[in-house]
Ligand binder design. Sequence first.
Ligand SMILES: Cc1cc2nc3c(=O)[nH]c(=O)nc-3n(C[C@H](O)[C@H](O)[C@H](O)COP(=O)(O)OP(=O)(O)OC[C@H]3O[C@@H](n4cnc5c(N)ncnc54)[C@H](O)[C@@H]3O)c2cc1C
Length: 308
Amino acid sequence: MSILVLADLHEGQLAGATAHVVAAAQAIGGDIDVLVAGEGVQAAAEAAAKLDGVSKVRVADNAVYAHQLAEPMGALLAELADGYTHVLASASTTGKNVLPRLAALKDVSQLSDVIAVDSADTFKRPIYAGNAIATVKSDDVLKVITVRSTGFDAVGTSGSATVEAVDVVVDNSQSSFVKEELAQSDRPELGGAKVVISGGRGMGNGENFKLLDGIADKLGAAIGASRAAVDAGFVPNDMQVGQTGKIVAPDLYIAVGISGAIQHLAGMKDSKVIVAINKDDEAPIFQVADYGLVGDLFEILPELESKL
Ligand SMILES: Cc1cc2nc3c(=O)[nH]c(=O)nc-3n(C[C@H](O)[C@H](O)[C@H](O)COP(=O)(O)OP(=O)(O)OC[C@H]3O[C@@H](n4cnc5c(N)ncnc54)[C@H](O)[C@@H]3O)c2cc1C
């Protein structure tokens, strides 16, 4: 078995998700290479070389791979995939964008959102918003897999893989980068944060989300939101946690004024410890919470902050 992992990049640096995808590759077994593709990605390649279990880091450093546009990335992977039995990427926006193109180019089926590895050809993945787990077996010669990074603990960083340049430069006349609008934040990235505090419709308005800031500062937490809070315009949609938002599994998840609809639970129920603050003691969120505080969030949040 030989596995190629597509590295996830965040502003040109190696994103935390890659260490989880390498763990999934280790569960499959065999040689593991990591592909770092982008522009000016030497530092990311060096970080990838330190991931435990990685034999080789392959670096495609070229302007055509800047911003990891799906078309050139899919074509690059298709060029490189022949020597491999598996190609893995995280089920991030980039992985979900790129890997189906590789699968189509190679005429194989895509295995999405894998959360566990049974064997080299059999995997588990959630269906019905996480209410059932499907076990799927692939007979394709090349397995193209997106990995839900919360399903695997990150590998360590004591490795020393070799780093080699890839000189494949694909032609890309199909797409071009226009612009990106990034929300600037000093807080940890939602998908990788160890602590997340999320607000729901119960917060009442966007201004009240400031009540979460002090607690987030004290806990080093990222701030998330329910879709109702996003749809109501309280906060931007990159903060949404759930089936159609980000999937998180932090050590601690605090849900404030969130009822606990299944679509929200699909994004956070694998968190290690769940705390719910809600004035309705019958809110479904209490069924998944380890600790529940029944009361008015406008009284509880200031008290919690002062006690922290
Ligand atoms: C296809 C589809 C995909 C979806 N994807 C997502 C998704 O990704 N993420 C997501 O979150 N939702 C998603 N939803 C929406 C989901 O079904 C719910 O509508 C949404 O999660 C509800 O958000 P909420 O809990 O903030 O609001 P509500 O359900 O309105 O709950 C608000 C809660 O706040 C409590 N509250 C109110 N005031 C206070 C107070 N002063 N103090 C304490 N508690 C208070 C209330 O008791 C209530 O429990 C999706 C729905 C569909 C159909």
